[in-house]
Ligand binder design. Structure first.
Ligand SMILES: *[C@@H]1O[C@H](CO)[C@@H](O)[C@H](O)[C@H]1NC(C)=O
Ligand SMILES: *[C@@H]1O[C@H](CO)[C@@H](O)[C@H](O)[C@H]1NC(C)=O
Ligand SMILES: *[C@@H]1O[C@H](CO)[C@@H](O)[C@H](O)[C@H]1NC(C)=O
Ligand SMILES: *[C@@H]1O[C@H](CO)[C@@H](O)[C@H](O)[C@H]1NC(C)=O
Ligand SMILES: *[C@@H]1O[C@H](CO)[C@@H](O)[C@H](O)[C@H]1NC(C)=O
Ligand SMILES: *[C@@H]1O[C@H](CO)[C@@H](O)[C@H](O)[C@H]1NC(C)=O
Ligand SMILES: *[C@@H]1O[C@H](CO)[C@@H](O)[C@H](O)[C@H]1NC(C)=O
Ligand SMILES: *[C@@H]1O[C@H](CO)[C@@H](O)[C@H](O)[C@H]1NC(C)=O
Length: 652
C-alpha cells in the first residue's frame, strides 16, 4: 500500500529526468546508496566480498554485520572485513556506499568514517554502472532504514537487504560526455585523475593526463605530453616543471598535467580564438601561485598571419567565478612563427589566445620614412653650416646669444642623426643596443626642448633687461645638456630597479605591408612608458610652449607702444610664427601617429625633419634684418630696441 506513492514518485522523477535530458543524469555513472543501519549494541563488522564482472551488488545488514557483496568491479576480487567502533549506547549508524566505476573505487562510509573496499588502479575502459534496484528483503528489527540512492528514499521500512543490478558501459566516453556539459568539467577531469592513484599516463577521449610524482630532491623536469593518434608528436606541447614546485608540499605530491583536446571545456573566450591546445597543470591538494621560477609550456601551432597577436593566457576555473582567460601571470615568448612558449608563475589551465592585432597601422609609411630621412639629412647639413657660422661670429659681445643658438643646433643635430640611425640600429636586433639608442634619442629630444626653452628665456631676459649682466654660462649648459641626462637617468634607474621596460624596440606597422613593420628604438607602448612620456615629454613641451606664449605676450605688451613697432611688426610676427611652427612640432610628432589625418601626418614629418634647415633660415633672416637695421640707424637707442625686438623672434 505504501509502495504506490513511492512508485509514482520514482516514475515522476524518471520522467523528469528523461525530459531534462542528460543534464540531470550527471551522477548516473557514480552510485551512492545511503541508509541508516539499525543494529545491536554489541560489536559490529563491515564485510565485503567482491568479484569482477557486472552482475549485481547486494547491500545487506543484520544485528552485527553490514555486508557488501557483488560482482561489479573491474579488478577487485577480494573479501575484507573491518571491525567497526562500537558504542554500547548506539543502536543505529548512518552509512553510505560509494561506487565510482570509472575509478573502480568502492568506499563505504560508516558514521563519517571511510573504508575503502576496492582501491583504484587507474581509469577503466568499460565498467559496471547504471545500477538499478532489483530485489529487496524486509526484516523485522535489525536492518537498513530509510535506504536511499542519490538522496531519494527507496523505502522507509526496515530492510534486510537491497539488491542492485548493473550494466556495462564505456565509462570513459560517458565521463567525457558528462564533463563537456558542466561548466567546470576540466576540474572534474583533474579530480578523477588525481583520485585514480596512478602515475604515468592516463588517456581519456577528451583529455590526456600525465601524472608525475615529485620525489624527494626533485630538480625540475622536462617532458612532452603523451602523443595522440591525431597529432604528430612534434606538435604536442612540452612542459618544464621547475624544482620550486616541490617545496610547496610535504610528502611526494603528484603533478597532473592534462592536455585537452576539446576547447569546449573552456568556453568564454568570446572574440578571440584559442589555439587548439590547452594544457592544465595542477599539484595534488595545492593552489600554486607566485612561483619564483615559472613553469614553461611550449606550444606548437600552425603559422599565424602577421596581423594576429598571440598571447599566453590562463584560466583559474577554481577561483574565477567569471569564466574567462586572463593575461596576468604569464609571459609570452615567441620562439618563432610556429612555436610559442608560455612562462607562468602559477598552475591552472593554459592556452594561447590569438587575436587580430588592433595595432593602428600607418598609411604611406614608406613615403613618410623617406621624406623624414631626406628632411633629416637636409637638417643635418643645415646644422653643420649654422654651427660654422655661429662659431665664426663667436667673438663679440653676442657671446651668450650665440651660445644658446649653438646649444640648440647641437641638440637638433643629435636628434636628426639618431632619428636617421634608429631604424638601422633597431634592425640589429640586439635589445641592449635598442635600449641605448632609444634612451639617446629621448635624450636628444629632451635636450632640444630644453635648449628651446632656454632660447625663450634668454630672449626674454634680453628684452626685459631684467639683468644687466648676463647669466653664467654653465647654467645654460646645465639646463640644456644636464637636465635631460638627469631625466633619462631617472627613467633608466626606474627600469633597473622596478624591472620594467621603458626604452626598446617599437614597431610602426604600415597598412599596406603589415608583415613588415618599421622598427625604431624609442619608448615602448606599455603603461610605464606612456606615463613617463606624458609626464616628461608632454610636460616639458607644455612648459616650453606655454612659457613662450606668456613671455611673448609680456614682450609684445611692452614694446607695442614704441615708435618703431609698426615698421617691424610684420617681420616680427612672421618670424615668430615660423619659430612657433617648428619649435613645437618635433614634440608633437612624437605624441602619436594614430589619430592624425594623413595630410597632417605628412606635414608634421616634413616640418619636423627640416627643423635644422628652418633654424638656419631663421638665423639667416634675422641676420639680414639686423644688417639692414644697422645700415638705417647707427646704433641709436631706437636701433638697439629694434634689435632687442628682433631677438624676441628667437622664441621657439
Ligand atoms: C549477519 O550476516 C552475516 C553475513 O551474512 C552472517 O555471517 C552473520 O551470521 C549474521 N548475523 C546474525 C546475528 O544473523
Ligand atoms: C535504540 O535506542 C533508543 C534509545 O537510545 C531506543 O529508544 C530504541 O528503542 C532502540 N531501538 C532499538 C531497535 O533497539
Ligand atoms: C568518503 O568517501 C566519499 C567518496 O569518495 C567522499 O565523498 C567523502 O567525502 C569521504 N568521507 C570522508 C569522511 O572522508
Ligand atoms: C594507491 O595504490 C597503491 C599501490 O598501487 C596503494 O598502496 C595505495 O594504498 C593506493 N592509494 C589509494 C588512496 O588508493
Ligand atoms: C526516516 O525518514 C523519515 C522521513 O523521511 C524520518 O521521519 C525518520 O526519522 C527516518 N528514520 C530514521 C531512523 O532516521
Ligand atoms: C629542460 O630543458 C631546458 C632546455 O630545453 C634545459 O635548459 C634544462 O636544463 C632542462 N631541465 C631539466 C631539469 O632537464
Ligand atoms: C568582441 O567584439 C565586439 C564587437 O565585435 C566588441 O564590442 C567587444 O568589445 C569584443 N569583446 C572583446 C572581449 O574583445
Ligand atoms: C590579416 O592579414 C591577412 C593576410 O595576411 C588578410 O587576409 C586579413 O584580411 C588581415 N586581417 C585583418 C583584420 O587585417
Amino acid at each position: 500500500m505504501e509502495q504506490n506513492p513511492n512508485t509514482a514518485r520514482i516514475l515522476i522523477i524518471t520522467c523528469l529526468l528523461l525530459i531534462l535530458g542528460q543534464a540531470a543524469t550527471d551522477n548516473d555513472r557514480d552510485f551512492k546508496m545511503c541508509g541508516i543501519w539499525r543494529h545491536g549494541t554489541a560489536s559490529r563488522t563491515l564485510k565485503s566480498e567482491l568479484n569482477t564482472g557486472c552482475e549485481k551488488i547486494e547491500i545487506s545488514a543484520n544485528e552485527s554485520t553490514l555486508f557488501v557483496r557483488g560482482s561489479i568491479t573491474a579488478k577487485c576480487t577480494q573479501s575484507t572485513s573491518f571491525d567497526l567502533e562500537s558504542n554500547s549506547l548506539q543502536n543505529q549508524s548512518h552509512f553510505c556506499v560509494f561506487w565510482e566505476p570509472l575509478l573502480d573505487l568502492l568506499i563505504v562510509d560508516v558514521n563519517r568514517k571511510n573504508y575503502t573496499l576496492c582501491k583504484s588502479h587507474g581509469l577503466q575502459e568499460n565498467c559496471c554502472t547504471d545500477l538499478s534496484l532489483d530485489k529487496q528483503d524486509t526484516a523485522a528489527l535489525y536492518g537498513i532504514v530509510n535506504g536511499s540512492t542519490h538522496g531519494d528514499i527507496i523505502k522507509n521500512d526496515v530492510m534486510k537487504m537491497y539488491n542492485f543490478k548493473g550494466d556495462v558501459i564505456s565509462c570513459k566516453e560517458k565521463f567525457c560526455d558528462e564533463v563537456r556539459k558542466i561548466p567546470r568539467g576540466a576540474n572534474m577531469i583533474e579530480e578523477v585523475v588525481m583520485k585514480s592513484n596512478t602515475t604515468g599516463r592516463l588517456d581519456l577521449p577528451c583529455a590526456q593526463s600525465t601524472i608525475i610524482e615529485m620525489e624527494e630532491g626533485f630538480t625540475g623536469l622536462n617532458f612532452t605530453l603523451p602523443a595522440t593518434k591525431a597529432m604528430p608528436p612534434y606538435m604536442i606541447p612540452s612542459v618544464y616543471l621547475p624544482p620550486c614546485l616541490k617545496s610547496f608540499s610535504r610528502t611526494k605530491p603528484k603533478v597532473v598535467c592534462t592536455y585537452y583536446k576539446n576547447k569546449k571545456l573552456f568556453q568564454g573566450a568570446s572574440n578571440s580564438t584559442i589555439l587548439d591546445d590547452i594544457v592544465g597543470l595542477s599539484v595534488e591538494n595545492e593552489i600554486i601561485k607566485n612561483l619564483p621560477e615559472p613553469v614553461r609550456i611550449k606550444f606548437h601551432h600552425s603559422a599565424l598571419p602577421a596581423n594576429y597577436t598571440r598571447r599566453c593566457v590562463s584560466w583559474d576555473t577554481r577561483r574565477d567565478n567569471e569564466e574567462k582567460w586572463r593575461y596576468d601571470g604569464c609571459d609570452t615568448v615567441k620562439i618563432d612563427n610556429t612555436e610559442t612558449e608560455c612562462h607562468c608563475n602559477h598552475l591552472t589551465y593554459f592556452a594561447i589566445l590569438v587575436q587580430v592585432e588592433h595595432k593602428t597601422t600607418v598609411r604611406h609609411l614608406k613615403a613618410l620614412t623617406f621624406i623624414t630621412a631626406v628632411g633629416c639629412a637636409v637638417s643635418l647639413v643645415s646644422c653643420l653650416v649654422l654651427f660654422y657660422w655661429l662659431c665664426k661670429r663667436r667673438r663679440g659681445k653676442k657671446n651668450q646669444t650665440s651660445l644658446v643658438h649653438r646649444g640648440l643646433v647641437v641638440a637638433i643635430f643629435l636628434l636628426c642623426l639618431l632619428f636617421i640611425l634608429t631604424g638601422a640600429l633597431a634592425n640589429i636586433g640586439k635589445e641592449v643596443v635598442c635600449k641605448i639608442t632609444g634612451s639617446l634619442l629621448h635624450y636628444a629630444l629632451l635636450s632640444t626642448l630644453c635648449w628651446m626653452a632656454m632660447e625663450v628665456f634668454h630672449t626674454f631676459l634680453l628684452i626685459r633687461k631684467v639683468f644687466d649682466t648676463t647669466l653664467p654660462t654653465w647654467i645654460f649648459y646645465l639646463v640644456g645638456f644636464g637636465l635631460p641626462v638627469l631625466l633619462v637617468s631617472i627613467l633608466l634607474l626606474t627600469e633597473h630597479i622596478y624591472e620594467v621596460d621603458i626604452y626598446g624596440e617599437r614597431k610602426i606597422v604600415p597598412s599596406d605591408d603589415v608583415g613588415n613593420p618599421y622598427r625604431m628604438c624609442w619608448m615602448l607602448e606599455n603603461k610605464e612608458s606612456l606615463l613617463a612620456h606624458y609626464i616628461i615629454n608632454v610636460g616639458l613641451l607644455a612648459v616650453v610652449v606655454s612659457s613662450g606664449a606668456v613671455m611673448l605676450f609680456l614682450v609684445v605688451r611692452e614694446i607695442r607702444n614704441r615708435p618703431d613697432w609698426k615698421k617691424v611688426h610684420v617681420a616680427f610676427l612672421s618670424i615668430w610664427g615660423l619659430t612657433c611652427l617648428f619649435g613645437t612640432t618635433w614634440g608633437l610628432g612624437f605624441l602619436d601617429f594614430g589619430p592624425m589625418s594623413e595630410a597632417i601626418l605628412f606635414l608634421f614629418c616634413i616640418i619636423n625633419s627640416l627643423q635644422g634647415f628652418f633654424l638656419m633660415l631663421r638665423y639667416y633672416a634675422l641676420e639680414r634684418m639686423k644688417k639692414k637695421d644697422r645700415s638705417f640707424s647707427d646704433g641709436s637707442s631706437s636701433g638697439s630696441s629694434k634689435q632687442q625686438m628682433l631677438q624676441t623672434h628667437e622664441k621657439s
